[in-house]
Design a protein around this ligand. Structure first.
Ligand SMILES: Cc1ncc(COP(=O)(O)O)c(C=O)c1O
Length: 357
């Protein structure tokens, strides 16, 4: 390890922060905390809001529930606007809710770019458009969405955007990144939520000197620094295209096997993860056989979807060959579990995506 208060770290920190601004498409400050994604979410809340503030959560799944829980833990007054799991937040419904708020009591609207528990992308551009008309702060959890599809922090006026190292940045968990617009910094000045470790103003004071507030996980900074070399070589558009292709391979592959997708709408289907609703087999038995016999880990359901779905992740350091293998393995395991599917049918559909249709 290097001295995190020494001259070498100053260079790594500067270059990593530049890489983050590039990923976020922003000129805003982006600060890094040693934390998982939820730490970034908590940072967003405690630095811009105060106990008693009214906030609106456009909630489309388990991580929407997390926004609600964090806000309530700090005594905020939460309107939990729930949408059906598997669907995106409807900007028209959010707009209606905001129109009801004649006295402009709602201080912030919080939502996910990508809801990992259901495999659904929100239309961040449309949502931010209606929220800007109202004037509330726009706080986006982009932990699993950032870099898998476009997110224009500055152009869309996003005030706080949270991301995490373990997703499309392709490195292990442990870094939470949080961007702050000028409006967010103004809100910080007024915010009365208690904070110390998550105080983004203290963090910025250190970062301006080329350091971090507390001891940083230096090895993860090295990893992120290396990841930006790969990501910048590839370019944002190609990164988005890569994720889009993997998503289409998975969706076409599982559809060809007659399986049902939780996110049926192609327009809002996640570029990070695909959730599948089994018909006649137990998703937990499928996951166990995939793991034990084929060394492939699929995710289960979360929250109220626990035991009801399985999910195939296709973000970050994952390749088209691995997706072909996953679909091939899935075909074998489904047959073993007594759910008969034609071998090769899913793989062929995924291959056809690569050949362009
Ligand atoms: C959309 C989303 N938000 C937040 C998180 C943060 O969770 P954690 O604190 O486990 O990193 C995750 C992690 O999977 C996520 O997918």
């Amino acid at each position: 390890m290097i001295n995190h208060r020494g001259s070498e770290f100053v260079v790594i920190l500067k270059e990593v922060l530049e890489g983050l601004k590039w990923s976020y498409q922003t000129m805003n400050d982006v600060l890094i905390f040693p934390a998982s994604g939820s730490g970034g979410m908590e940072t967003a809340v405690v630095n811009t809001l105060s106990p008693g503030d009214k906030v609106l959560v456009a909630n489309i799944g388990n991580f929407g529930d997390r926004w609600v829980k964090i806000c309530r833990a700090y005594g905020l007054n939460v309107i939990d606007l729930q949408f059906e799991w598997g669907k995106a937040a409807d900007p028209k419904i959010v707009a209606e809710k905001l129109k009801e708020d004649k006295n402009r009591e709602i201080k912030a609207v919080l939502f996910q770019q990508n809801e990992t528990s259901t495999g659904v992308l929100n239309d961040v551009k449309a949502l931010s458009g209606v929220i800007r008309e109202h004037g509330a702060l726009i706080i986006v959890d982009a932990v699993s969405g950032l870099l898998t599809t476009d997110l224009k922090t500055d152009e869309w006026g996003l005030d706080v955007v949270v991301s995490g190292s373990q997703k499309a940045f392709m490195i292990p968990p442990g870094l939470a990144m949080v961007s702050m617009s000028e409006r967010a910094w103004k809100a910080y000045e007024k915010s009365k939520c208690p904070k110390f470790y998550w105080d983004i103003g203290i963090m910025k004071g250190f970062v301006d000197k080329g350091q971090t507030h507390t001891t940083p996980p230096i090895s993860l900074y090295f990893g992120l620094h290396a990841a930006f070399k790969l990501l910048k070589d590839e370019g944002l558009e190609n990164i988005f295209k890569r994720h889009h292709t993997l998503r289409s391979m998975v969706r076409e592959g599982v559809k060809a096997l007659g399986l049902k997708l939780l996110a049926e709408d192609e327009a809002t289907a996640s570029t990070a993860v695909t959730a599948i609703v089994p018909s006649s087999f137990d998703p937990e038995a499928l996951r166990k056989t995939m793991r034990d016999e084929y060394g492939m880990v699929l995710a289960g359901g979360q929250g109220k979807m626990k035991g009801k779905i399985f999910r195939i992740g296709h973000l970050g350091y994952v390749d088209k060959s691995e997706i072909l293998a996953a679909i091939g393995n899935l075909e074998i395991v489904l047959n073993k579990l007594g759910h008969k599917v034609e071998l090769g049918k899913g793989v062929r559909a995924a291959q056809q995506v690569l050949l362009g249709g």
